[in-house]
Ligand binder design. Structure first.
Ligand code: FRU
Length: 490
C-alpha cells in the first residue's frame, strides 16, 4: 500500500481508540512478532534514543511512527528496565505537537543533570514549501517520569556551511562542560560531525566541525556518538552514501566506528580507519550509554531505511538489537551480549561430536527462539558451521570458510525475502582455527557474536514458524563441535 503524505503525517491523537485497537489486533496476528526484543506495539520503530540510566533504571527510547510500517511523523516511545533484559513499555515520551518539532521528534540522547534526565533531540519542521528546518530541542524528565518539553529550541539555526541535514545530538560531559556531537551535511553535500558545548544544557555554543581525515566519506553522517573506554576515544556514526568495497558496505547505509581521541579544544581527531560495527544485514543508528558499573552498552536499530520488510503487511516494522557491551582489548573493539541476558536462560541441552563430512542434528537442538553457543575446532574441513530455522524448504546458514578464512552468513533460504537487491549473504575475514559462535535467535532475527565479540552479524530473518531445525556440519573433512543451547524465557 502506498502511503500518502497526509497519512504519514496523521498523528496518533487523531485516530480513535477503536482504530488503534484494530491496528494492534492486526499486528498481534503477525507470525513474526519477537519474543525477547523491544518492538513497537504497532507501526514502525527506528533509532534507539535517549539510552541512559536514571533514578535506578535503564531508560531506552526509540523513534516511532505509530500508525503503520512507514517513516511517518516520528514520536519518542519510552521503555525502561532494571536489568537491561526485561523491558517495560512506558508509553509516548515526546509528541511532535509543537511548532519546533511539528514534522517529527527526531533522534537524540539523554544525560542526567540536576537530578533530572535531559532529553536533547532534533525537532524536524517544514515550511510552506516543504523545506526542512531542524531545531535542537530539550525535554526534561523528572524522578516521577513526567516529561516537560521546553518551548524554545536550545539550538535554533544551522550554522553557515551546512545544509538542513543537521540532526541527532549525542551529549556527554567532560569536567564541568557538556558537549554534543551532531550529524551534519556540508553545503557541498559531504557528511561530517559538528561539536557544540554548554555549561548548563541550555546555552549552547557552536565549537565547529570535528576534523577527521574522512573529508569525503558519504553525503551525510547520521547518529554520531562519542565516548571513551579506559581513555581510548571511540567515534561512532552512520554514514550514508558509501559504495560497496570488497566485503564491506553492502547494506544501503552503514554504521561503524573510528578509534581516536577527540580533543574538544582543537576539535581534532587522529583516528584509525572506519570499521563497520556489524557484519550482518540489519544494523543501523546505534547509540551507547555508560552503565552504573562503568560498562559501555550499545543498542542498535535492527533495520534499515528504504528497505521493505515482510512484516509491513502486518502493520509493523523493526525492533531494537539486544544490548551489547563494548570493550577495547589489545587495541581492538569487542562486542559481547550483556551478561544480564543469562537471566533469560531456560532449559539447557548440550552435545559434543566430531563431524566427518556430514550434517547432523543433536537431541533437543531445535527451536524458533533460543540462545546457542557452538565451539568448533577445525581439523581439515573446507567449511563448517550451523544451519538454523531449518525445514525442508528453509534454512539460515552460518559457516566458516577455512580456505578463505571468512565467516559467512547466508539468508538466501531463510524464508520470506528481504532486501534481496542488496544481496543475500554477508561475510568478513577472521583468521582462526577455533570458532565460537554465540547466537541469539528470536522469531524473526538472529544476532551472532563470533569469537567472544571479535565480529557480530545482526540480521532479520522471516522463516515459517515450522522451520525450527538446527543442524551442525563439516564439509570435505572433519571438525569437532561442542554445543549448548538454552530456551529463552519470554
Ligand atoms: C536515522 C535517522 C536519523 C533521524 C531519524 C528520524 O535512522 O534518519 O538521522 O533523526 O532517523 O527518524
Amino acid at each position: 500500500m502506498e502511503w500518502t503524505t497526509k497519512q504519514r503525517y496523521t498523528r496518533i491523537e487523531e485516530v480513535t481508540p477503536q482504530e488503534l485497537q484494530a491496528l494492534e489486533n492486526q499486528v498481534n496476528e503477525s507470525p513474526w512478532r519477537q519474543t525477547f526484543h523491544i518492538q513497537p506495539v504497532t507501526g514502525l520503530l527506528n533509532d534507539p534514543n535517549g539510552f541512559s540510566f536514571y533514578n535506578g533504571e535503564y531508560h531506552l527510547f526509540y523513534q516511532w511512527f505509530p500508525l503503520g510500517p512507514v517513516h511517518g511523523i516520528k514520536y519518542w516511545y519510552h521503555t525502561k528496565s532494571k536489568n537491561l533484559t526485561s523491558w517495560e513499555n512506558v508509553g509516548i515520551a515526546i509528541r511532535p505537537n509543537d511548532e519546533i518539532d511539528s514534522h517529527g521528534a527526531y533522534s537524540g540522547s539523554a544525560i542526567e543533570y540536576n537530578n533530572e534526565l535531559y532529553l536533547m533531540y532534533t525537532g524536524n519542521t517544514r515550511d510552506e514549501n516543504w523545506v526542512r528546518h531542524p531545531y535542537q530541542n530539550m525535554a526534561v524528565m523528572d524522578a516521577d517520569g513526567a516529561i516537560t518539553k521546553w518551548a524554545n529550541p536550545v539550538i535554533n539555526h544551522v550554522p553557515s556551511g551546512y545544509t538542513d541535514h543537521f540532526r541527532d545530538p549525542k551529549v556527554w560531559k567532560e569536567q564541568d562542560t557538556f558537549y554534543a556531537v551532531i550529524g551534519a551535511q556540508r553545503t557541498d553535500e559531504t557528511g561530517c560531525i559538528v561539536l557544540y558545548s554548554s555549561p548548563n544544557m541550555k546555552d549552547w555554543t557552536f565549537e565547529g566541525e570535528v576534523n577527521t581525515n574522512m573529508e569525503t566519506f558519504g553525503y551525510m553522517w547520521e547518529c554520531p556518538d562519542y565516548f571513551t573506554i579506559n581513555g581510548q576515544g571511540i567515534l561512532v556514526f552512520s554514514p550514508q552514501g558509501l559504495a560497496p568495497d570488497g566485503d564491506k558496505y553492502h547494506n544501503i547505509y552503514q554504521s561503524g566506528y573510528c578509534l581516536g581521541n577527540l580533543d574538544v579544544k582543537t576539535k581534532t581527531m587522529t583516528h584509525s580507519e572506519f570499521i563497520e560495527l556489524d557484519r550482518g544485514f540489519d544494523f543501523y543508528a546505534p547509540q551507547s550509554m555508560e552503565a552504573p558499573d562503568g560498562r559501555r552498552i550499545m543498542v542498535g536499530w535492527m533495520g534499515l531505511p528504504e528497505v521493505d520488510y515482510p512484516t509491513d503487511k502486518h502493520g509493523w516494522a523493526h525492533c531494537l538489537t539486544l544490548p551489547r557491551e563494548i570493550s577495547i582489548e589489545k587495541g581492538k573493539l569487542m562486542q559481547r551480549p550483556v551478561r544480564e541476558l543469562e537471566l533469560k536462560r531456560g532449559t539447557k541441552v548440550e552435545a559434543e561430536d566430531v563431524l566427518k563430512n556430514e550434517s547432523k542434528s543433536f537431541d533437543g537442538f531445535y527451536g524458533s527462539s533460543f540462545e546457542l553457543i557452538a565451539e568448533f575446532i577445525n581439523a581439515d574441513a573446507d567449511s563448517f558451521g550451523i544451519e538454523f530455522r531449518v525445514s525442508e524448504q528453509e534454512k539460515t546458514v552460518l559457516l566458516y570458510d577455512a580456505a578463505q578464512k571468512k565467516v559467512v552468513l547466508d539468508r538466501s533460504n531463510s524464508g520470506a525475502p528481504v532486501g534481496t537487491a542488496f544481496g543475500t549473504s554477508r561475510q568478513c575475514i577472521l583468521d582462526a582455527t577455533k570458532l565460537k559462535f554465540h547466537l541469539f535467535v528470536d522469531t524473526s532475527s538472529v544476532e551472532i557474536f563470533v569469537n567472544d565479540g571479535e565480529e557480530v552479524f545482526t540480521s532479520r530473518i522471516f522463516p515459517d514458524k515450522e522451520s525450527i531445525g538446527i543442524r551442525f556440519f563439516a564439509h570435505s573433512g572433519q571438525a569437532s563441535c561442542k554445543a549448548v543451547k538454552w530456551t529463552i524465557g519470554g
